[in-house]
Structures are given as structure tokens and as C-alpha cells.
Design a protein around this ligand. Structure first.
Ligand SMILES: Cc1cc2nc3c(=O)[nH]c(=O)nc-3n(C[C@H](O)[C@H](O)[C@H](O)COP(=O)(O)OP(=O)(O)OC[C@H]3O[C@@H](n4cnc5c(N)ncnc54)[C@H](O)[C@@H]3O)c2cc1C
Length: 446
């Protein structure tokens, strides 16, 4: 970067931040920033956002183990619930889609893709789009003047003008309070397991009735466990005509392609609103909240049903108490007390910024939240300038699409736009972006 760049940036910053013309040099502050953007997390969202930033010429450093949540916190044998058409990790040119992956690897990608294959796709995407990924873990983010200081688990430090938090569901698992106090031997969350082999021959209670609960129940029975699924209400089998009302069924039969939305999230007609996160963002907070909770109401794909035969289901009552009783755990459901060797919580996730352990206390306090989810602008920026959140932590603002890989394109484009706008305001032409100008534009420029 040349001297003019810093001079221009200094003038613009002073104007934007209301800093007097005299005083400590803003330029000096910028020089102390190693990169323009740091992305924390290398799951679908971190990788997609990084690929969009890089394509915009924004110098970007990405931290995290690629696809580690899928590889280490979901049980082997699980399959994608989202349709293939909604499972591409987004890059700006669509060059690293599942289609390109399957063509290059000469393998067929079918619906209900095993998660092992999806992890392989994600790591392939990373090698193509973010080859310079830094696999180290971030342990602390804090502000220092106008930049962010990012400390890594090994003590190394980085500084950046902009930080994108794409840490996914790490530390966000929801555990109903009734299970507090039980030792880990007796209760665990589904995210604590990459396989179920250790449960062979055991009696397991699964709490929940969504995709994770039903698929885990099947995988456990197939691993040789005896399984009872405990849930408040009936299981809603998605894609099954059983739960459709008469008028919906009739409509569905003659207009299935119009009723089914690309990402297949939520029921008609809400599913179509969910496809437009920018529109959801403009809704009043209460309505957005409703869209998110109705759109992600617990349900399981009906292709699990044929394998569900050995699962006992106890619907209608929540768990009232769970206590250790010798080498067992005694669970009270309604007026029944049932003994198990272990309780598996398939109770989902709830975003809580205070549980994201990377923020320095002062920075954590400065992030404005509603019910523990961050408030975000249309460009995913939090109340702390240039601190963005992508993925499930943005669902409160943009709706359920952000809980799925299908939302990576919108998030990537929006965050890259924020970075580009900032550069444009400073009169900087991104060097990377320049190289992406089309031939026609280049001719015009010369
Ligand atoms: C059981 C289950 C099944 C699902 N099935 C589907 C499905 O079929 N289709 C679908 O679209 N979605 C599905 N989802 C949702 C899925 O989790 C999200 O779509 C997707 O993983 C979100 O990507 P992400 O990048 O936000 O988060 P993640 O995939 O969770 O990635 C977060 C990344 O951040 C990294 N990280 C965390 N903390 C740090 C740190 N301090 N420093 C550095 N790196 C860090 C992790 O290593 C990880 O790589 C499923 C979720 C679950 C739990």
C-alpha cells in the first residue's frame, strides 16, 4: 500500500470518526492492522464469507479447523436433511459447487448425502477457495483503538480492521434445566458424539423430536442400543402427506413445484418468505422471531421412517425430573418413572453471545443483543462497528435460512459488500478487485 493510500484513508477516517485534524495519527493505527478482515471459523459460513471477501480484493485471514463441527460433533452415518440444490457452499462465481465437486471427483452426489461426503466437499471447497487457511484456534478478540486484536490459542496475535464471527453452533447447545446436576456419564448432548458405538447394549432415552432426535434414535438402534424417544408432542414427519391438511394436500398434488421452495425450509407459504432474508430483516422484531421459530419447528424427514421401526416413542409429556439412581438414571415422564443407562439430549441449540468464549468481557458487553442473539444490520454488522456475525447467530435477524448452508450466498455477498463500501468510502480500489475487472472494463480503463 502506498503513501497516498494511507493519506486518503486518514482523511476519510478523521471525517467519519469525527476525529480533529490534529492529534495522534490514524494512519499509524491502520498500519498496526495486519489484515483488513479476520474470519473466525472454517465451516460453510466462514469459508463462503472468506471466498467473497477475497474475491472483492479484501485481504482476509481465516482461522479454524475446516468443517470440524460436521466431522466431530455429528454422528457418523447421519445424512443431510437439506436438498442437494440447497447444500452448495457459496463462492461468488459458483465455481465450487457440489456439481463441480462431483464432476472433479468423478462421484455421484445424491439426495440425503452422508455427512462424511459433505465434510469431504467442504474441505475440497476450502482447498480451492481458501487455500491459505490458518487452522489455529482463536482464543480472544478485543478492540484496541480502531482495530481488533485477535489472540490465538498458541499466543500468536493478529490485528484486523474487520472481524467476522462464523463459529457456528460451538458452545450453543441447549440443555433443559431438568438435567442440570447429572454427571456426564448419565446425560450428554447429541453434539458430544461423532459415533454411537459406545452405546451398544445400553438403554438410551433420547429427548427431542426433530431431525437430530429421530436420526440419532435410528443410528443408536443400528449400533445395538435399546432406544426410547421422549417428546412433548407428536413427531412431525416432513415430506409426509400425513400431517398436511386436506386443502394443503390437494394444492400440493397439483402445484408441488411452486409450493416447494428451493431450500425446503418451513411450510408453505412461509417457506417462500424464508427464501428472502433481506425481506425478513425488514420485518418487525416480533414477526422475525415468529418466522424463525415457526420456520424451524421440530420435524424429521420422512425418509427416516422405514428405519424407525425399532424405536419406542413416548409422546405427550415433557421430562419432569431426571436423577441418578445407582448406576442408572431415573427419568420421570408424566406419572411414570423410567430407568435408563443414559439420556441423550437432542434438544437443539440456542444462540447466546455470552457463551461465545472468544470475546474479551468489554467487547462482549458492547454487543447489543435481543434475547442473547446479536442485533445485526443488513450487512450482518453488530452494534460494534466492523464486527459481523454469520451463520446461525444471524437467524434472529434474517430468519431460518441462516441456520442452513443455503444462506451462505446471501451472507457472503452482504458482508463483502460492507467491506467494499468501506473501501469505496475511503477512495481505495481493491487491488484484487482490479484484477477481476472484465476485459471490456479493462479496455475502457486503458
Ligand atoms: C445434526 C445437525 C444436522 C444438520 N444438517 C444440516 C443439513 O442437512 N443442511 C444444512 O444446510 N444444515 C444442516 N445443519 C446446520 C449446520 O450446522 C449449518 O448449516 C452449518 O454448519 C453452518 O455453518 P457454520 O460455518 O455457521 O458453522 P459450523 O459448520 O459449525 O462451523 C464453525 C466453524 O468454526 C470453527 N470455530 C469455532 N470456534 C472457533 C475458534 N475459537 N477459533 C477458530 N475456529 C473456530 C469450528 O472449528 C468450525 O469449523 C445441521 C446441524 C446439525 C446440528
Amino acid at each position: 500500500m502506498n503513501a497516498d493510500f494511507f493519506k486518503h484513508l486518514e482523511v476519510t477516517w478523521r471525517m467519519e470518526l469525527g476525529i480533529p485534524r490534529q492529534g495522534p495519527s490514524v494512519t499509524a493505527m491502520y498500519r498496526s492492522s495486519d489484515v483488513e478482515a479476520v474470519v473466525i471459523g472454517a465451516g460453510p459460513y466462514g469459508l463462503a464469507v472468506a471466498s467473497h471477501l477475497k474475491a472483492s480484493g479484501v485481504s482476509t485471514h481465516v482461522f479454524g479447523e475446516p468443517m470440524s463441527f460436521w466431522a466431530e460433533h455429528m454422528p457418523r452415518g447421519m445424512r443431510l436433511r437439506s436438498p442437494l440444490r440447497a447444500s452448495h457452499i457459496a463462492d461468488p462465481d459458483g465455481a465450487f459447487s457440489l456439481d463441480r465437486y462431483s464432476a472433479e471427483k468423478r462421484i455421484a452426489c445424491d439426495e440425503q448425502m452422508p455427512i462424511g461426503r459433505f465434510v469431504d466437499y467442504g474441505t475440497w471447497f476450502q482447498r480451492q477457495a481458501v487455500p491459505d487457511l490458518d487452522r489455529r484456534k482463536v482464543s480472544r478478540v478485543e478492540t484496541s483503538g480502531s482495530v481488533f486484536r485477535v489472540t490465538l490459542a498458541d499466543g500468536d496475535r493478529f490485528s484486523a480492521e474487520r472481524v467476522i464471527v462464523a463459529t457456528g453452533l460451538a458452545n450453543q447447545q441447549f440443555r433443559p434445566a431438568v438435567f442440570d446436576g447429572l454427571a456426564a456419564q448419565f446425560v450428554s448432548h447429541t453434539c458430544e458424539h461423532a459415533n454411537f458405538e459406545a452405546f451398544k447394549g445400553m438403554r438410551i432415552a433420547i429427548v427431542g423430536r426433530g431431525q437430530s432426535a429421530c436420526e440419532s434414535a435410528v443410528l443408536l438402534t443400528e449400533a445395538g442400543a435399546e432406544v426410547e424417544l421422549i417428546c412433548r408432542g407428536d413427531i412431525r414427519w416432513l415430506g409426509s402427506a400425513r400431517w398436511r391438511k386436506d386443502w394443503e394436500r390437494a394444492l400440493y398434488e397439483c402445484a408441488a413445484p411452486m409450493i416447494t421452495s428451493p431450500s425446503n425450509i418451513g411450510r408453505f407459504p412461509l417457506n417462500w418468505l424464508i427464501e428472502f432474508p433481506a425481506l425478513v430483516h425488514r420485518l418487525p422484531a416480533k414477526t422475525r422471531n415468529w418466522v424463525d421459530s415457526v420456520g424451524t419447528r421440530a420435524g424429521a424427514a420422512n425418509w427416516i421412517l422405514p428405519r424407525f421401526t425399532n424405536v419406542r416413542v413416548r409422546c405427550g409429556s415433557p421430562v419432569l425430573e431426571a436423577v441418578q439412581d445407582g448406576a442408572e438414571v431415573a427419568v420421570t415422564v408424566g406419572d411414570k418413572r423410567i430407568r435408563f443407562d443414559h439420556v441423550l439430549l437432542a434438544t437443539g441449540y440456542k444462540i447466546d453471545v455470552s457463551k461465545m468464549d472468544v470475546f474479551a468481557p468489554e467487547l462482549g458487553r458492547a454487543i447489543a443483543c435481543t434475547e442473547s442473539s446479536p442485533h445485526l444490520t443488513g450487512e450482518f454488522e453488530s452494534s460494534v462497528a466492523r464486527l459481523h456475525f454469520a451463520g446461525a447467530s444471524a437467524a434472529e435477524n434474517f430468519g431460518p435460512l441462516m441456520r442452513f448452508v443455503a444462506g451462505t450466498s446471501f451472507a457472503g455477498r452482504s458482508i463483502a459488500q460492507a467491506a467494499r463500501r468501506r473501501r469505496a468510502a475511503s477512495g481505495i480500489i481493491a487491488r484484487g478487485a482490479e484484477t477481476r475487472l472484465s476485459g471490456a472494463q479493462q479496455t475502457q480503463r486503458s
